[in-house]
Write a protein that binds this ligand. Structure first.
Ligand SMILES: Nc1ncnc2c1ncn2[C@@H]1O[C@H](COP(=O)(O)OP(=O)(O)OP(=O)(O)O)[C@@H](O)[C@H]1O
Ligand SMILES: [Mg+2]
Length: 225
């Protein structure tokens, strides 16, 4: 099963004053079970690639298939459903809601997906080893712990794929490795991971390395895990 594939994908940001070509002719195909690490210089288009591949940002030209279906054939509602049920996102800054506990932050993601299962919330917290902190507020948790909660939040609706944009970018090296180990564990359970990183060190957790420069793929190789 192909999670995502694209041919000649082009992304140009256009506003009233400037036209910014960002991705020019991206070709790739990511299979279920892969752990892709995307690297490249700042401004090379890594975040834009994640956002277009996941359907968050519309593409300008080319062809994009998500779960083997052309993005053009999804309705807005179906894309919203993809984000709720099949795709998880993790960001550099954890984006937790400050006045909700760890449990409640995750519960909210579940409610948005119109589900109600407290056991599932606890399971998600256990998967990231945070069950004992379920009643803590974000400002009572370290950065690494907040990132664990953010990962649990995207796990609660059992996504097939997680898109992560520099999830260790704000963490010290040791904590970053703990977070990478969690992604590795999730990947071994079958979740596809597509992760942008500045750290070459993180590539040792990945099964594939894609390198971008100036909006083009200049390197795409399998890695030994
Ligand atoms: N919403 C937007 N509107 C206009 N231009 C944008 C927008 N988002 C990104 N860009 C531009 O697209 C280019 C690539 O940005 P992008 O954020 O994808 O790079 P990146 O590789 O993720 O960089 P970094 O490593 O710094 O996060 C940059 O020139 C940026 O200014
Ligand atoms: Mg970026």
């Amino acid at each position: 099963m192909k999670i995502v594939s694209c041919r000649n994908l082009v992304k140009i940001y256009q506003n009233s004053k400037v036209t910014t070509p960002v991705l020019s002719g991206i070709n790739l195909s990511i299979e279920q079970g892969e752990f892709c690490g995307i690297t490249g210089p700042s401004g090379s288009g890594k975040t834009t690639l994640l956002y277009t591949l996941s359907g968050l940002e519309p593409i300008t030209d080319g062809e994009l298939l998500l779960f083997e279906k052309n993005i053009k054939d999804y309705s807005a509602g179906e894309i919203a459903d993809l984000r709720k049920f099949q795709i998880g996102f993790v960001f550099q800054f954890y984006n937790l809601i400050p006045n909700l506990t760890a449990f409640e932050n995750i519960k909210l993601a579940q409610i948005i997906a119109k589900r109600d299962d407290d056991e599932q919330v606890l399971t998600a917290l256990e998967m990231v080893e945070m069950a004992q902190f379920k009643d803590y507020f974000p400002n009572e948790l370290s950065g690494g712990m907040q990132q664990r909660v953010a990962i649990a939040r995207c796990l609660v609706n059992q996504p097939q794929v997680i898109f992560a944009d520099e999830p260790t970018g704000n963490l010290d090296q040791k904590t970053g490795q703990e977070i990478m180990t969690i992604f590795q564990k999730l990947n071994r359970q079958g979740i596809t991971i597509i992760l942008v990183t500045h750290s070459e060190d993180n590539l040792r957790y990945c099964s594939r390395h894609i390198k971008l420069t100036d909006g083009k793929i200049i390197h795409d190789h399998k890695l030994e895990v």
